[in-house]
Design a protein around this ligand. Sequence first.
Ligand code: DX5
Ligand code: ZN
Length: 218
Amino acid sequence: MLTIAPSILSADFKDLKRQIRLAEQGGADWLHLDVMDGNFVPNISFGPMIVKTVRSISRLPLDTHLMIDDPLRYIEDFRSSGSTRLTVHVEACIHLHRVVERIKQEGMRAGVALNPATPASALKEIIPFVDLVLVMTVNTGFGGQEFIPSMLAKVREVADMIGKTRRKVFLEVDGGISERNAGELVRAGVDALVAGHSIFSQRNIPRAIRNLRSAALQ
Ligand code: DX5
Ligand code: ZN
């Protein structure tokens, strides 16, 4: 089962409710919510208040991607705002194991994300504890960037590490995902595709999601 998680970062916020409905109509499995603090990444996006707003609009699982320093401080806020999954960056956590355990104690699924320059080996000690690994395929912080082709090799490496755990761990990619690269990513072992620009920049959002899915499964 392929999971498609549209990133609302590229949605038209003045029409957010309708854009989310269109994503639902197109068969979105999760909604991906990009939280940026202006420190861990240069950009600032939104926080728990918008997550709560999206929760009130949609019943889809909310896949919240925290691009913030010291995320431990905000785990409870994102749980109470309605996140289903919470993903933190390995680069942002000194005590990553504690953070992952706290996310699970709060009743959410825990994910860890790797920036492009962080090797797959950074996952070695934490992979037995997580529900999801997010491989960033652009430099974290902005929507609409170009996919970095060398990330494909890292995806294969992470897929192999996940296979060895003999547990269900979602392998998600995020950044520059489109019909052009979805197929080879899925063949490399990806089971969750995040896409912002390639979905919300299209005139027909449901069709963009359906096209992405069929390209991915070819
Ligand atoms: C980037 C974010 C992404 C972004 C993806 O730092 O984590 O989720 O919204 O957007 P596209 O698909 O436009 O690259
Ligand atoms: Zn993201």
